[in-house]
Structure formats: C-alpha cells, structure tokens
Design a protein around this ligand. Structure first.
Ligand SMILES: *Cc1c(COP(=O)(O)O)cnc(C)c1O
Length: 392
C-alpha cells in the first residue's frame, strides 16, 4: 500500500543539509547562541522579504502576536475583534495581555474574517466611547484593534478591513503565522502578508511554510517606536543590559541557531511556495470536476501559499477515517471553533452564534500538502478520496 504523509519535513532539510550543517557548526565554534550577527542578518533579510522596515525575531508566533498587540495598545479591559476559526494561539495572545476577543464570523468561501461582519458588528453592536475608541455595547469594553488571520496561506480581504478599521480607530494586526510569502493586491501591486497592517506576527514552528528546527517567530512592522518597544519587551523589558524600563517584559527571544537556519531556509521560501502551488494544480485537475468536493477559493488579487490544502466534504468523518485507514495522512484545522471551547466558556458564546465558523469546522478536511509532494502522491490521494466518497 502506498502511504502519503500529511507533511514531510525531512525532505526540506535533506535539500539544505550542507548549508544547515555549516550554520550549526559555526554556532558551536563561535559559542554565540543568543543574539549576535546571525540574528541581525535574519531579521534584516526577513523584513526585506516581507517589505517592512523592521522584523524582530522572537520565541514563537504566540509571542509575536502578544508583542504586536501590546504595541497596538491592547491592555487589560480592552477588546480585539477576531475570528473563532483559527488556531487557539490567535486568541491566547489576546487574553494573555489581559484583553478579550470580540468574535465575528468568517466568509464561508475563504475561511477568513468577513469584512461585512466586521462592519455590521461595529455599526450595530458598538457605540462611540470617551477616549476615541468604540465600545462593545454588550460588554462595555473599548475595542482597540482588529486581528484578521491569513488562514491556510490566504490573506484575509484586507482592503475593506483596513478601511473599516480606519473609520473606527482600530489598529490592524495581521496573524500571518500561516502566510509567509502570501500577498494581497493593493493599489495595483501585490503586497506581502506582514506589510499590510500596522504590524504582523509570523510563526516559525517547524511545520509552517518557513519553519525552524524548533520554535520561533517574528513580529514585523514599519513603525520604529513599535519595533523598539517590542524588542524591549521580548528581552526582559530592558533597553540596555540590566536596565529594565518595563515590568511587562519576558524572555521571548529567538535563538541565534534558529535564526541562522531560518536565514538559510528563507532563500528557498518562494521556490517552496511555488511547489505547493504546483501540487495544488494537480489536486485541482483531479478533483475539480467533482461536485461533492469544495476546493479552496483563490480570489483575484490574492496569492495563496497553501500552508494547508483544505477541502469541504459532505461526510467528513467518514472520509477522514477511511483515508487514514488507507495510509493517507489527513488533518483537521480546526475541529472546535474557539468561541465554543471550554477555555472561553466564561465569555458566554453558544452554538449557533457564529454559523459559518461552526459549519466550516464540521465539513473541512486537510489533505497532504508540502513542497516536496509528488504528482504520483497527489494522484494517489485523489483516487483514494474519490473511492472513499463513492462508498457513500
Ligand atoms: C502556528 C500559529 C500560531 C502560533 O504560532 P506558534 O509559533 O506555534 O506559537 C498563531 N496563529 C496561527 C493562525 C497559527 O497557525
């Protein structure tokens, strides 16, 4: 039986083995593990890649989100508009800085934040507050920022989101943890994820499109004051050694070794994203004609980088089980919308409140996706899937 894994991280490192060996050897030779030239080099290259003035390496995507929210002025007692159809880290970062999520629904076709829902929520459910912020009528808390998620490698519909944010005095933080190299057309040119909002968070968790050999992240922005503050917080609230100016800091640094490895892998990111897109082409050829399968949308003016290849199926649980039994690696991103998670029970949301997010969670399935996926493997996944659907 042919087996197709859900992801294959081994293949990317085999491709770069020699260069990665050099980085690891050098780090040990120089015994410089925290900060140093390899971190600075990677930060410079990553900022240039995204098209921002600054990038600060940090310990994880979750830390990157926390840093960006803090820079945006999100603090205890405030709220951030976001979606429930995402990885929990999006919302964890909000509650970690003492704020609360104001959940709004997604667009069913792109799985990303609905700009219409955002406008509707602000128009209907919020009122102007005293300090220039709008206040959530249900909770009485000021809304400071909006946190759209570029889910699965596709950017949210950012032009209307930016426009609405401007009208309601909201900072825009992009959760770009799944969208390294994704782009969105603005004013006739493609702008990369990270350079669209006021700041953006990236994760370098090993399975992301750009992954470290462990945890890592970066927060990017073009605001120098924000960048300075974020660097200060992620390094114990210090501005120079043992001079601590903020009580809100922690150890949220990116290791020099990880930065060195990421710098090597960054050179491959565009090629690897292109290979993901080529694999999607093979999927589309084989599955495109079948009405039972909803393939991912790729709206005009957006470049999807397919961190995940997610389809919607009529009987998802059956397909999920039968594919796994037949050696096809599948995933579920994500099974329980965050507004219905036990962790957020106290926020008072109930089933039916955000129907598009709930419907997506019930019908989505993630099929194998990684740059080194072969046409033969895609062929096998597709024929197995079609066979499984015929069983019903
Ligand atoms: C991976 C991910 C994160 C968090 O990244 P970590 O590096 O694992 O902390 C945040 N948001 C989304 C959408 C993610 O996929």
């Amino acid at each position: 039986m042919m087996r197709v894994p859900f992801v294959d991280l081994r293949a990317q490192h085999d491709e770069l083995q020699t260069e990665i060996d050099v980085v690891l050897r050098q780090a040990i030779d120089e015994s410089s593990f925290i900060g140093g030239p390899s971190l600075g080099r990677f930060e410079e290259h990553f900022a240039a890649y995204c098209g921002t003035a600054h990038a600060a390496g940090c310990a994880s995507g979750t830390d990157a989100l926390k840093l960006a929210l803090m820079a945006a002025g999100v603090c205890p007692g405030t709220e951030v508009i976001t979606v429930p159809h995402t990885f929990i880290a999006t919302v964890e970062a909000i509650t970690a800085v003492g704020a609360q999520p104001a959940f709004i629904d997604i667009e069913p076709t792109t799985y990303c934040m609905s700009a219409d829902r955002m406008a509707q929520f602000l128009e209907r459910d919020c009122r102007p507050g005293r300090d220039g912020h709008w206040v959530n009528g249900r909770t009485g808390r000021p809304i400071v920022a909006v946190l759209p998620v570029h889910l699965y490698g596709l950017t949210a519909d950012m032009s209307p989101i930016l426009e609405i944010a401007d009208m309601y005095n909201l900072r825009v933080i992009e959760d770009a943890c799944q969208a390294h190299g994704a782009a969105y057309e603005m004013g006739g040119r493609m702008v990369r994820a990270g350079a669209i909002g006021d700041a953006a968070a990236f994760s370098f968790y090993p399975g992301k499109n750009l992954g470290a050999l462990g945890d890592g992240g970066a927060v990017v922005s073009s605001n120098q004051a924000w960048d300075q503050n974020m660097r200060m917080w992620l390094n114990h609230g210090q501005t120079e050694r043992y001079v601590h100016v903020s009580p809100d800091g922690w150890n949220g640094r990116l290791d020099a070794v990880q930065a060195g490895v990421l710098d090597v892998k960054l050179k491959k990111l565009d090629e690897w994203n292109e290979r993901r897109r080529r694999a999607v082409g093979w999927y589309r050829e084989r599955l495109g004609g079948d009405e039972r399968i909803v393939l991912p949308a790729e709206p005009d003016g957006r470049r999807h980088v397919y961190h995940l290849f997610v389809v919607r199926l009529p009987d998802r649980e059956h397909a999920r089980q039968r594919l796994a039994e037949q050696g096809v690696g599948v995933g579920l991103h994500y099974p329980i919308p965050l507004h219905l998670q036990v962790a957020y029970r106290d926020l008072g949301w109930k089933a039916g409140d955000l129907p598009e997010s709930e419907a997506a969670a019930e019908s989505i399935l993630s099929l194998p996706m990684y740059p080194h996926l072969t046409e033969e493997q895609v062929d096998h996944v597709c024929s197995t899937l079609l066979g499984v659907l015929d069983e019903r």
